[in-house]
Design a protein around this ligand. Sequence first.
Ligand code: ATP
Length: 439
Amino acid sequence: MKKIYANDLKKHFGEEIEFSGFVDNIRNLQWVQFIIVRDSTGKVQVTIEKSDEKNKKMVDLINDLTLESTVKIKGIIMENPKVKMGNMEIIPTEIEVTSRSENELPFNYKNLDGVNLDTRLDFRFIDLRSDKNILMFQVQSALVKYMREYLYNNSFVEIHTPKFIGTASESGAEVFEVKYFDRKAYLAQSPQFYKQMCIASGFSKVFEVAPCFRAENSNTSRHATEFTSFDVEFSYIDSYEDVMNLEAEMLKYALEKVKAEYGDKISEVFGVNIEVPVLPFPVMKLSDIYKELEERYSYVVDESEKTDLTTEAERLVYRLAKEKFNHEFMFVIDYPADKRAFYHMRDSDGSLLGYDLIWKGVEITSGAQREHRYEKIVENAKNKGLAEDVKFYLEFFKYGCPPHGGFAIGIDRLTMLLLDISSIKETQLLFRGPTRLEP
Ligand code: ATP
């Protein structure tokens, strides 16, 4: 007997099949019992006629069955236009309870009115049972799959860099310290140095999808202390524009594919229409953005804040991108170099050869051409007072290293924006923040 998932049942009308899932609903009427059983791909009605003597054992079992138990059903899948759910039903010959749920759930995940987010996160394994959450992670998985696919199609190699590191690199701030036998180690804030090491080793094109750890004690809707970063680095570029172009192409490719596979479901469940972006993405200088935000929307900030986009300015950039370019994305360039990481390349006049990418009013990426010239990178590190801390990294550039650049996208943030979800706490499988380490 074939074990079939819900979304394949239609292909087996008239056949004897086996179906397993959670008990989603039970209707126990005078002459008939209906149970709705769901797996991760959908739901199906199981119909049991009470008057049929041979069903007696199943009828008794269902009289005693609790919602959210798991069952294994053997029976025939029948087409039935009268059944609203999928125009089909299973007529069972045998039902086995494979796991019995307690009667009362910690909260009703099907009706979240009055349920606070912390309760949902405390019982995340229940929260994740909702159709919406299951779809969210299927979409996230597809998004990452297609971003990966784009890179594989373009000869990138997927790497896996260590997350234990020996020195508090990059800035030292915002880094988690861990006990490592009789010494200290740190959790990687990003794979930046090791991606670049691979470039120096001659790998040409690399990427990694992995956790980053940041000891940021901030409680915003878009920050977590551990998040999944999609990190890309590649060689032989002429400019940071090559990096922006590759990123834009990759995002277009992935969004197009996600839309084809999940577009209808996403619009039905999340009310979001995925806009496949047109290439090239619009690009604006930071200073020009502030000028336009003031002219168009009377948004005025102090000069001292104009070294980066404020949260409100990021939000307004979405409006600007829509109104000026009819686009959801905007590359922002010309950030003051002194505010940026030392490994980003600077022009001969000192301006930064890097960018941020804003989508729907939130930063999703920082990218840049990297400094690959040994003397320059040493100088940059010295200027930031980091030369000793990053000594091992500086070595990478001593023995030949091609011009290169790259970027990083936070996957949890990307999912939040794709599906218009208000907080990263809901798009991480298990949120990690300053006050949340469980479950
Ligand atoms: P932000 O200014 O939003 O704190 P950042 O400038 O520190 O971000 P980068 O170090 O450039 O971010 O990281 C690249 C990308 O990684 C960001 O654009 C974002 O998508 C993601 N990211 C960074 N920090 C976090 C975080 N704490 N939680 C979730 N995602 C993050």
